[in-house]
Design a protein around this ligand. Structure first.
Ligand code: ACO
Length: 342
């Protein structure tokens, strides 16, 4: 029924191609900041190791009473304000998260009444750190088809609650935050030119949460073995990350008839400073053209791209007409690249 309505809307537009745009962007990070020195007091690590191996100096940590949907709601409201739309005008809510409020219902459903979107369709998208790029792509297709006009895409993560605070190989890397975008045909900025998405589940166990699902339901034993936390084989992911992001970018550039030199800004998922440096080298993009804020937020998974994007808009780096490459890699494995003309 709704689908027909969408096609009808498309026909009403005379079959013209509708161009999806990012018409609003909002972010939120919790107030509390945790430094590397704070981690030195909790696990066997050092400020020097963390900075040298990752580039991270501090990260934000949610308050005990906050949940993932709260972070997402703050960001979503700012994105709606930025796009100058009201709750009534939102047609669909997509929440990309790898740290949901609950397995059932979705975090999008928890967010929905807090945003005044009752009755509107809402669903979660599971693509870990690539969630924002996956979400923008899905939203873009709904807008392109004419089915929906304003799609709210949220990347919200409360990773400090799903990681093991005793596992130094991961706990120092992650942080909490959220970012949101309104995707619609409105406005004169943020045109989504195209995207390339990929996944390879054969590498699923490189970054996963073993227990708590149907594969290994939660028991006292799984909790004692700390299997309900993220487990990551970081150095194996490292090499694959650079290769996959560079390849997806190459495919996208080819499809769009663009060259590496046409990229004005790279906004990558912020997982590791060394990954970003290697990527810039592979893409032959100068380091000044890469938007980096991992120092202050750590890895915030699906929230990291909008956090960096908002920062580069606010400080005036991004100018009208700039070509912006969003590129990411994460658990799944999932990866993708998306090009925007601002
Ligand atoms: N403090 C001090 N030492 C540490 C720490 C720490 N916090 N963590 C690990 N080490 C030690 C290890 O035990 C190891 O010691 P050993 O040599 O005595 O065995 C040594 O440091 C080197 O460990 P590596 O894992 O080889 O270190 P590496 O240089 O690869 O850095 C890191 C690790 C930061 C995890 C890096 O591999 C990385 O960033 N990988 C990519 C992560 C990623 O992209 N993930 C996907 C996206 S995230 C998402 O989807 C949520």
């Amino acid at each position: 029924m709704v689908r027909l309505e969408g096609w009808e809307r498309l026909r009403a537009k005379g079959g013209k191609v509708i161009e999806p745009r990012i018409s609003g962007l909002g972010v939120y990070v919790p107030e509390k900041v945790m430094t590397n020195a704070d981690w030195e007091r909790l696990v066997d690590t050092s400020d020097e190791w963390i900075i040298q191996r990752t580039g991270i100096r501090e990260r934000h940590v949610a308050a005990p009473e906050e949940v993932t949907s709260d972070l997402g709601v703050h960001a979503a409201k700012k994105a709606m304000d930025d796009a100058r739309i009201t709750a009534e005008e939102v047609d669909l809510l997509i929440c990309a998260t790898a740290s949901p409020d609950t397995l059932l219902p979705s975090t999008a459903c928890w967010m929905q009444p807090k945003l005044g979107l009752e009755g509107k369709p809402a669903f979660d998208l599971s693509a870990a750190c690539s969630g924002f790029i996956y979400g923008l792509t899905v939203a873009g297709q709904f807008v392109r088809s004419g089915m929906y006009e304003n799609v709210l895409v949220v990347g919200a993560e409360l990773l400090t609650r799903v990681m093991d605070w005793q596992d130094r190989s991961i706990c120092v890397l992650l942080g909490d935050g959220a970012g949101a975008a309104v995707v619609s045909p409105q406005g004169d900025r943020g045109r989504i030119l195209g995207s390339k998405l990929h996944a390879d589940g054969t590498y699923g166990e490189l970054l996963w949460m073993p227990a708590g699902g149907t594969r290994m339901p939660a028991t006292i034993e799984t909790v004692e073995k700390r299997l309900h936390y993220y487990l990551m084989r970081g150095n194996e992911l490292f090499k694959i990350a650079v290769k996959c992001m560079a390849e997806a970018t190459g495919e996208l550039l080819q499809e769009l008839g663009m060259a590496n030199e046409d990229i004005d800004w790279v906004i990558p998922h912020q997982a590791n400073m060394r990954i970003l440096q290697a990527l810039a080298k592979r893409l032959r993009v100068s380091w000044e053209r890469v938007v980096v804020n991992i120092q202050r937020y750590g890895n915030t998974s699906a929230a990291s791209i909008p956090l960096a994007f908002r920062e580069a808009l606010d400080d005036g780096r991004i100018k009208k007409g700039d070509k912006i490459l969003l590129v990411s890699f994460g658990g799944g494995l999932t990866w993708g690249a998306l090009m925007i003309e601002w």
